[in-house]
Ligand binder design. Sequence first.
Ligand code: C5P
Length: 217
Amino acid sequence: MERKTGLILALDVTDRMEAVAISEKVAGYVDAIKIGYPLVLSTGMDMISQLSKFAPIIADFKVADIPNTNRLICEQVFKAGADAVIVQGFTGHDSLEAAVKLAKEQEKDIYVVTEMSHPGALDFMQQVGEGIAKMAADAKASGVVAPATRPERVAEIRKIIGNELSIISPGVGAQGGSASDVIKAGANWVIVGRSIYQAEDPAMAAKKLVDEMKEFL
Ligand code: C5P
């Protein structure tokens, strides 16, 4: 994924027309659009190819299964037109390697969740975040997903993975994180949902974030 603005839109709306309208408005400000279960379950898998006209698509299905099932899932998602898939890391190295192998064969990307951005991630996930980051680097994934709500964790994870892997970071705006802080901490992209798609003027909200990050990219 090429970094021009440092912004990824998390498009968690559930209406096809709304999804297309927002994507059209913000296309010039985002490097990718992340879509997940809310949109795909309500509209269908063809939403992926429809939105790929506007930007590369990251499919946030947080895939968490055995190696063979991970491979089968990723195969379908890439076939539908996605450029990248987000997978969970807690399932272990073999599940991750199956997804990465397939992605490499198809010149696509896999991003691995290290820990999530909500408070409940502290219950279980944070304790294994470093280990998952190390495994993602060993497996040569394209990058990891790390929380903008905790820039100090992003900095920690950057130390572990080095500069080969990217960090894409959700939690800016609605969940309290700051775009410039997390970029300064070592993230390559911020992922922003509600503060863009619920804004009165989504394009203006996206532009503001891009301007805020510009000097730190
Ligand atoms: O609306 P908001 O900007 O909070 O959206 C954040 C997006 O990032 C949501 O789609 C959420 O599912 C996703 N996400 C997250 N934490 C992760 C991985 C994905 O918040 N670790």
